[in-house]
Design a protein around this ligand. Structure first.
Ligand SMILES: NC(=O)C1=CN([C@@H]2O[C@H](COP(=O)(O)OP(=O)(O)OC[C@H]3O[C@@H](n4cnc5c(N)ncnc54)[C@H](O)[C@@H]3O)[C@@H](O)[C@H]2O)[C@@H](O)CC1
Ligand SMILES: Nc1ncnc2c1ncn2[C@@H]1O[C@H](COP(=O)(O)OP(=O)(O)O)[C@@H](O)[C@H]1O
Ligand SMILES: [K+]
Length: 495
């Protein structure tokens, strides 16, 4: 079975590089392998004998650029190289790599990119320490303005490796060759969009070293959670597949709960019940068939329903209303210690009251599914959680604080468990940005937890299945389509 894809932060990667060097691969050898991988990638893009312009920076990223430039010249390309900073200031492996290069080293800000068939961006990699300005900024502006294909070494210069943010200005690459493992910036927006197609080159750093130095951050793909997905056995009966309960809003706000309920049923929850306020029973009844319906009058009603322990998974939030009644429903659900998904109004009703969530979810599986707005409202009095520039760090801190799995939605949804395991999703589509899409996601996650999938795996699998369903449909997608697309996604996953 394929292993989950490890993603390493720049500081973890630096430690892994050091460990590989300590284990006997000299740094210059790592750089030669990295440079060769860049040259190989360039060869696939530029036609033979074409003109390649390399922009090299002052650090190790520039060293990779010197190696690639020398190899490409040997291979018959017309190569020129511009150096940011002075040759006299190069040190260590970069200085050694520069000795491979037989050509001139004019200042990078003086070279022309307009007659290039390919530009190699080796200005900065994981060592970018501040916003681009001066000569560095000028060079990146010219590269981007050239309209030529750009191959980024490790990551597009100007992108922050750990957050994916643009530091003032960044190279808009068409391709990126990174080394040993992808970094967060290749998955997080906007870095992902700046990276173009990303290739991971093996430079001989073992998975053991990568897992020892990283090991908690993953790309969200089936190898991360497929083992946890349920397949009904020959003798299974529906109660073994769990019973999901979804709380409905009032008479004019019932659609969200039904979307979540249908998704829970489609993803395999044996039974699904909508818990409806008495005044909304009629409208819910008119729209439900396989899904069951129960009257539920506020927190007391929910408490009464939950006396039946077969309800093992719960969705609270979509269209429930922003008020103290919703907070009371959440309190009942938390006390009942069932698998729990909290979304939308169940989060916004706690605006500025995150302290009520402190440690609240430890001991029972829970997933919080805010989008950025809900996250900011919930944690508005917690700068320690809101302020980090990294979406990974924010989500991890929220998970550690609450004891729940936190799933921070967006084009680059991040899912973090309280123990630090974190995944970044990348198979989505902007067509998922449609009303009710998030409600469907809640149902998928709750439906998986109903079947015994642990919270982190259920959240990761739910996000991936949701995104895969949306991407398989494309233009014209509405939330009602999503649950109907789930069987096709599951069929491919479980075959
Ligand atoms: N042994 C290793 O550690 C390996 C590292 N590799 C390469 O090394 C790179 C990391 O190298 P470094 O840590 O030297 O970092 P970088 O080469 O990414 O950048 C650091 C250099 O840029 C300067 N700098 C940073 N931000 C700047 C800014 N905004 N404006 C102007 N100058 C700025 C710094 O003063 C420093 O000289 C990786 O991205 C990868 O390409 C590869 O060669 C593989 C092996
Ligand atoms: N540009 C995008 N690319 C991929 N997925 C997206 C994009 N925009 C939104 N999504 C996904 O669509 C869903 C929207 O959920 P949410 O904001 O809760 O919507 P709603 O409240 O309308 O149900 C989330 O799963 C989110 O990750
Ligand atoms: K670069």
């Amino acid at each position: 079975m394929t292993a989950p894809e490890l993603v390493l932060t720049p500081s973890e990667m630096k430690q892994a590089d050091r460990e590989a060097i300590a284990s006997g691969i000299p740094g210059i050898e790592l750089m030669r392998r990295a440079g060769r991988a860049v040259a190989d990638a360039a060869e696939k893009i530029a036609s033979s004998g074409g003109r390649i312009v390399v922009a090299a920076g002052p650090g190790l990223n520039g060293g990779d650029g010197f190696i690639a430039a020398a190899l490409l010249a040997e291979r018959g390309y017309r190569v020129s190289l511009g150096l940011l900073g002075s040759l006299d200031h190069l040190t260590g492996d970069t200085l050694e790599a520069a000795r491979d290069w037989r050509g001139e080293t004019p200042p990078a800000e003086e070279i022309s990119f307009h007659d290039a068939d390919l530009i190699v961006d080796a200005l900065f990699g994981t060592g970018l320490a501040r916003d681009l300005e001066g000569a560095a900024r000028l060079v990146v502006e010219r590269m981007n303005a050239s309209g030529k294909p750009i191959l980024a070494v490790d990551l597009p210069s100007g992108i922050d490796g750990s957050t994916g943010e643009v530091r003032g200005l960044a190279v808009k690459a068409t391709h990126t060759v990174t080394f040993a493992a992808r970094k967060p910036c290749h998955l997080l927006m906007p870095g992902r969009a700046f990276s173009g197609t990303v290739e991971v080159a093996d430079i001989g750093i073992s998975r053991e070293i990568l897992a020892a130095k990283g090991g908690s951050l993953f790309a969200n793909h089936p190898p991360l959670w497929l083992h946890a997905l349920p397949k009904p056995g020959l003798m299974s009966h529906k109660y073994e597949r769990g019973h999901t309960l979804v709380a409905s809003g009032g008479a004019t706000r019932t659609g969200a709960a039904r979307l979540a309920a249908r998704a829970a049923l489609r993803v395999g929850s044996g039974l699904v019940t909508v818990a409806s306020p008495p005044e909304a029973l009629g409208v819910n009844a008119a729209h439900l068939t396989a899904i069951m319906l129960r009257g539920c009058d506020g927190p007391e009603g929910l408490h009464a329903i939950l006396q039946d322990t077969r309800f093992n998974s719960l969705v609270l939030g979509p269209a429930l209303g922003i008020h103290s009644g919703t907070r009371a429903m959440v309190a009942v659900a938390v006390q009942a210690r069932r698998s729990l998904v909290l979304d939308a109004d169940a989060l916004t009703s706690f605006e500025g009251m995150a302290s009520e969530f402190r440690g609240a979810f430890r001991g029972a599986p829970a997933v919080l599914t805010p989008h950025d707005g809900e996250f900011s409202r919930l944690f508005k009095d917690h700068p320690d959680i809101l302020d980090p520039a990294s979406k990974i760090e924010k989500t991890r801190r929220a998970a550690a604080y609450t004891g729940a799995v936190v799933l921070l939605k967006g084009a680059d949804t991040v899912i973090a468990a309280p123990d630090g395991r974190t995944a970044i999703n990348e198979n989505g589509t902007p067509y998922l940005a449609t009303a009710g899409s998030g409600d469907t996601l809640c149902g998928l996650i709750a439906g998986l937890m109903a079947q015994g999938v642990p919270a982190f795996e259920a959240a990761c699998a739910g996000v991936w299945i949701h995104a895969e369903a949306g991407a398989s449909f494309g233009p014209g997608l509405i939330a009602e389509d999503l649950a109907e697309l789930v069987p096709g996604v599951l069929r491919n996953l479980l075959k």
